[in-house]
Design a protein around this ligand. Structure first.
Ligand SMILES: N[C@@H](CCC(=O)N[C@@H](CS)C(=O)NCC(=O)O)C(=O)O
Length: 227
């Protein structure tokens, strides 16, 4: 259960998620930021055979899934918008149309073009697979680094423009981006690439100091050190 808040303590919120999932972490960050207490239901979407409980609640077998008093919702951006609507927080969804458009653009870009190369190719093959003793595929890392370039360039332009991604005032774009960049930069090749984008790097330095980021650390570094 998250931090207690008397106005929200009777809420019936369950988050189905997987510890190492970036998408689950995005929703955990939003719940923490909004100070919403919730139950965490751990479910590994990669389990073989599949978790039958997850198969029942997740329409396409992916996490996260939010259950709010029987109202179940999948797709991270829909979940975050829903949470921001029922627990209004103007900063999380900027009112200015251009800032809001940049937020939506950032989220859509990460979902369509950032997640796969940065997380499933670079992070998965350069960091996660070696840690769990699975064989990495170097071609996936190379391909992911190439595909990440236009995404990083766009994110750098958005950060430099200054409407969102300042590393201080958090909107849903910061929440969406941080777990993915956090995994990408755990790969030395990813960090080297990130460092060539100064505005994005400045955002990243500010973001890493945010409590919602620090307090939702899934613990990959600990796993990697064997501690
Ligand atoms: N579009 C979904 C993507 C969620 C997603 O891909 N989650 C990953 C974990 S980070 C997952 O469940 N993967 C299982 C799989 O690929 O089979 C969302 O925005 O929530």
């Amino acid at each position: 259960m998250g931090a207690n808040n008397s106005a929200k303590a009777d809420l019936d919120v369950t988050l189905w998620g997987y510890r190492y999932s970036v998408y689950t972490r995005i929703v955990r960050m939003v719940l923490l930021h909004l100070d919403v207490p919730y139950r965490a239901r751990e479910a590994d979407p990669f389990a073989d055979p599949p978790d039958p409980d997850l198969a029942r609640i997740a329409p396409i077998g992916r996490v996260p899934v939010l259950d709010h008093a029987g109202f179940t919702l999948s797709e991270t951006s829909a979940i975050c918008r829903y949470l921001a609507a029922i627990f209004p927080n103007t900063a999380l969804v900027p009112e200015a149309p251009q800032a809001r458009a940049r937020m939506d653009q950032t989220i859509a870009t990460m979902d369509a073009h950032g997640y796969w190369p940065m997380v499933r190719q670079v992070f998965a093959h350069a960091v996660f697979r070696p840690v769990i003793g699975a064989a990495p595929d170097g071609a996936q890392i190379t391909e992911g680094l190439v595909a990440a370039v236009p995404v990083l360039r766009l994110l750098n332009e958005i950060a430099a423009e200054g409407r969102i991604l300042d590393g201080k005032s958090l909107c849903l774009a910061d929440m969406h981006l941080a777990p993915m960049i956090g995994y990408f930069e755990m790969a030395p090749q990813g960090l080297r690439a990130l460092r060539t984008y100064p505005a994005l790097m400045a955002w990243w330095e500010g973001m890493q100091r945010q409590r919602v980021y620090q307090d939702t650390d899934p613990g990959i570094a600990t796993l990697a050190s064997g501690a």
